[in-house]
Structures are given as C-alpha cells and as structure tokens.
Design a protein around this ligand. Structure first.
Ligand code: FES
Length: 117
C-alpha cells in the first residue's frame, strides 16, 4: 500500500497484517529520488527489515517479477544463486557467499503500522 500516489514514493506505510506470517515482502522507496529496496519479514510478532541486497554478489534477492522466495522453513532464498538467509534475523544459512548476513534496515513500527523510510 502506497503512502502517496507517486510512482516513486519517498516512504511507505504498511499494516503488519500486510506481511504474511513466516514470509515477507519487498518494498521499494525513493527518498530523494534514490532507490532503496527493503525486505520486510514477519515471524509471529517479530517484524524485521533488511536491505534487499544479497551478501553474495550484491544482487536483489527477489525475482525480476518482484517475488521474494522462501523455503518451507520460512527462510529467504536469493533468486540469484540460491543463498539462504534467516527470515528472522538475516543470518547466512548456506549457499554461495562468504557467510555474511543480510544487512538490517531500520523500520519504524507504531502499533499495527510499519513505516519504511
Ligand atoms: S546474488 Fe544472491 S546468491 Fe548470488
């Protein structure tokens, strides 16, 4: 859900219920016209934000169609070369790369609202 009607919003607001439990979504924002892509995951009550930049080769983790891939355990699978990361804390779980976790992205959570800015 967009916080503005701009095609390139500077920030976005979502409801916690917009994030499927055990999975996550990708949100792109454009502060000062600069793209920042953010992964937001939900594991029960825990909401986490990560930069959508794989620690292997620096690609986006989602597919070209913007789909974020998960395995049956709810871990994030990079669409590039299938590195796996915890959906809970972004830690590296396996695959190509040097074991570096996803970089956390700070989210603002006010009640049921998540603000990505
Ligand atoms: S870019 Fe993600 S596994 Fe290679």
């Amino acid at each position: 859900m967009n916080s503005t009607k701009n095609i390139k919003p500077e920030y976005k607001e979502l409801k916690i219920s917009d994030i499927p439990d055990g999975k996550g979504i990708v949100v792109d924002i454009y502060p000062e016209d600069r793209l920042i892509s953010v992964i937001i995951t939900r594991v029960g009550e825990q909401i986490s934000g990560f930069h959508n930049i794989c620690s292997h080769a620096g690609w986006r983790l989602d597919t070209d169609d913007g789909v974020l891939l998960f395995d049956d355990a709810g871990d994030i699978i990079c669409s590039g070369h299938c590195a796996a990361f915890s959906g809970k804390d972004g830690s590296f779980l396996g695959g190509p790369g040097k074991g570096k976790p996803l970089r956390k992205y700070p989210l603002v959570i006010e009640g049921e609202t998540i603000i990505v800015r």
